[in-house]
Ligand binder design. Sequence first.
Ligand code: AMP
Length: 453
Amino acid sequence: MEVKNVKGTKDVYGKEVNGFQYVESVMRAVSELYGFEELRTPVIEHSEVFVRGVGEGSDVVRKEMYTFLDKGGRSLTMRPEFTAGIIRSIVQNKFYATRDLPLKFYYSGPVFRYERPQLGRYRQFNQFGVELVGQNSAQTDAEIIILGYMILKTLGFENLTLKINTLGDDSSRDEYKHALKDFFSQHIDNMCSDCKSRFELNPLRILDCKVPEDKEIVKHAPKINEYLSEEARNRFEYVCSILEYMEIPFEVDDTLVRGLDYYSETVFEFHYTSSKGQNYGAIGAGGHYDKLVKEFGGPDLHGVGFSFGIERVVSVMTDDELLQDDANPLINYIIPISEDQHIPALALATALRVEGFKTEICYDGTKLGTMVKKAVKKNAKFALIIGEDEVENNAVVIKTLETGEQETVEFKDIIDYIDTKLGNDEHHCECGCCDDEEHHEDHCCCGRHKKEN
Ligand code: AMP
């Protein structure tokens, strides 16, 4: 039997896994700067969470969910997105009653959608996102957009395209939906079968259709702009003015409606075309929502959030060489000459690892030259060779692989030797207070920063 991965899923390893870890760590760190903390919700939820949360009219619920009956006959779904589960958790744990508002959570993990796999589109993929719940304002909409933008900037993205739109408030949207129904009723017979269902369930969704002939028709559809209430228009203009003030470039795209039914008012997407010209689709997207918390039985709280597709972010960063080759290179490769030195090698490796140096041991027991070649192939900085004599003398031969230079170093001096070779002994405080010659023993000159070396 040939055992293969499931269509639309993939194994992530090597450089790509480094990319995932780096991207996720930046996303976490920047979100924490904005006061967000992590919330981990289960991968499986009762199907109702997504049917009610994401909306019956959405493609995700209509045809993309991995839904199954468990052995107890419950209908469960593997999350196709995070927001509904996060809101379910907020309501169930009554965070709105026990914590200050707004609640600010970020999340990270796999999601599952039964879509047609293609470039940048998988059936299992990873999302990182944030939700801010319990404050309803143009300012928080803008702050969330700014957070998304800052994450991408920190990752090194230039020439981003930020598209934003408003879906207006309920009354604007109801009027707009009527106008869309009127318009599409003259065309729907010639449109795709998905659009036919969208016409019945939620005509807004038609604006999102990717079929080229349908897109032509959509171009002539009425625009939300003409149906906005004064309040909704003011709010959107306020969001835009904040972005302008912050000098964040954006374009208003009045066909942007997002695929999930819960959005209202501000919606946005981040796009980026890599220098290779590959377009992976939106790398991140989000918006404001006003009914989700109530839908799950909680109070009348609004929220705003976004979600990045990690695979897409890593793909464009790989194309544009925005990822470091090896973010965590091997420092030491310890080569015991024979089995007799395996235990001292292990002890030495442990001491080096405790000091934070990435270290491996070669247990091959082959010719020294072969083992040194292996160290070079592994891109290690140093080969630490231990033979019988070295153990006898409490020392090790350290070969700097880049220069070929080698020295015998006593065990007690190894850490200092490596630190010096790596240039780690030149301590500079981030604030620059130590840039002068005078260093204090165990703290920086300014006294605010702990001296590390
Ligand atoms: P959504 O939850 O649909 O708003 O999607 C948020 C982000 O997830 C998108 O901007 C994409 O970056 C990513 N994404 C959505 N669907 C897929 C998919 N099938 N495969 C990979 N990434 C996806």
